[in-house]
Design a protein around this ligand. Structure first.
Ligand SMILES: Nc1ncnc2c1ncn2[C@@H]1O[C@H](COP(=O)(O)OP(=O)(O)OP(=O)(O)O)[C@@H](O)[C@H]1O
Ligand SMILES: [Mg+2]
Length: 378
């Protein structure tokens, strides 16, 4: 069932944890709330579950207003980070718990089905302490799903797992959600986790949703510096619009006379006009880097082009990472596929960077260019 949050907010004392928020979570979707620690993800989730009373606004499930409904009357189940399994009950008893509590007598078939879904059949008789973190996580999931909730809320459910198991469980969770078809609302601060699993991601920052959309749209067309920096890495160049006619914007970098171009619909400004100040963005993997001697400096305006000098070259196996200082922007980040490695590309080398206007985006310059970066968080 579709979850609709309308103007929902939460104030603790004089601190606003969640600013009035409108959010529609479509039925059957895998929806992720993504954001840094303290941005209000858990509070939002708890308001959906009924565990936290909203200061204002309403929660609807389908057509029904459930704002005043106590948690146990909502067709919603939550899986928490610490799983909270019963230590003295074995796996199948843990999974059967919700049904038994509701006085349902013959639970065996349903428990078996659930254990099969989460691939734990052979471990049915073990106690939680005899399971790995990932296995415990799956018991917690089965225990929630057996109640056939219409909505499953997951609060950092993979937080206790090491990286490799986490990646594996992400695929597993996605498979289970596709199989059962119910709405999952997944809270995480891990951008890769949100991107690999969710159909729709809401990026939260300081109690507000900054941007909402499918992962590729958030990544390819961020609308704010926070989203551009929090999801992956972005190079941002200060620039001014010089031509805003037609479908292409022409810009000039503030620090030099470099001309840059991008499609007008990739600019986040409401109404881009000549003279408007923007931050021009490009992702590191969209850029090709060539030794200055080999570069064809004239692209006839087809590509965006920068010159610079390599500051740092890193070898990561799957890719090569370069940091390039350009007069237009210091510390330009470039990722090259590790296919034909040019051994001359070492620190100090003059290079030319180029990328397509279609891979360029532009953001309003009237915001902190470092919002959402790791440096800002420290
Ligand atoms: N009961 C409470 N009383 C006062 N402040 C609270 C309370 N619960 C949460 N907060 C504050 O509200 C803000 C949002 O908290 P919340 O738990 O929603 O963050 P979060 O996004 O889930 O963070 P994390 O990723 O660390 O779990 C935080 O600054 C937190 O300190
Ligand atoms: Mg939290």
């Amino acid at each position: 069932m579709t979850i609709t949050l309308t103007g929902i907010s939460k104030v603790f004392g004089d601190f606003t944890a969640v600013h009035p928020l409108d959010l529609t979570i479509p039925e059957g979707s895998f929806f992720a709330l993504l954001g840094a620690s303290g941005c209000g993800k858990t509070t939002t989730l708890r308001m959906i579950a009924g565990l936290e009373e909203p200061t204002g606004g309403s929660v609807r499930l389908g057509d029904e207003d459930i704002t005043a409904l106590p948690p146990h009357k909502r067709p919603v189940n939550t899986v928490f980070q610490n799983y909270a399994l019963f230590p003295h009950l074995d796996v199948s008893e843990n999974v059967a718990f919700g049904l038994r509590r509701r006085g349902i007598g013959s639970v065996r078939k349903q428990v078996e089905e659930m254990l099969e879904l989460v691939e734990l059949g052979p471990l049915a008789k073990r106690k939680p302490r005899q399971l790995s973190g990932g296995q415990q996580q799956r018991v917690a999931l089965a225990r929630a799903l057996i109640n056939r909730p219409q909505v499953l809320l997951l609060d950092e459910p993979l937080g206790a797992l090491d990286l490799k198991l986490r990646r594996q469980m992400q695929l597993e969770l996605k498979r289970i959600q596709t199989e059962v078809g119910i709405t999952f609302v997944h809270v995480t601060h891990d951008q890769e986790e949100a991107m690999t699993m969710a159909d729709t991601v809401a990026v939260m920052n300081a109690g507000r949703v900054e941007q909402l959309g499918p992962p590729d749209e958030l990544y390819e067309r961020p609308r704010s510096t926070f989203v551009a920096n929090f999801l992956g890495t972005s190079n941002l160049i200060e620039a001014e619009i010089t031509e805003a006619k037609g479908e292409e914007l022409v810009l000039k970098a503030v620090a030099s006379d470099t001309v840059l171009r991008l499609p007008a619909d990739r600019c986040a400004l409401e109404n881009p006009q000549a003279g408007g100040k923007v931050l021009v963005g490009v992702r590191p993997e969209k850029i090709s880097l060539t030794h200055a001697e080999d570069a064809d400096a004239d692209t006839g305006g087809a590509d965006n082009l920068l010159t610079g000098r390599i500051r740092d070259a890193g070898y990561l196996g799957v890719c090569l990472q370069y940091v390039v200082d350009s007069p237009v922007c210091p510390e330009f980040s470039v990722y090259e596929q590790n296919v034909e490695r040019d051994a001359r590309l070492t620190p100090g080398t003059e290079v030319v960077l180029r990328w397509r206007p279609a891979h360029t985006f532009a953001l309003d310059a009237a915001q902190d260019a470092d919002a959402g970066t790791v440096e800002e968080a420290l």
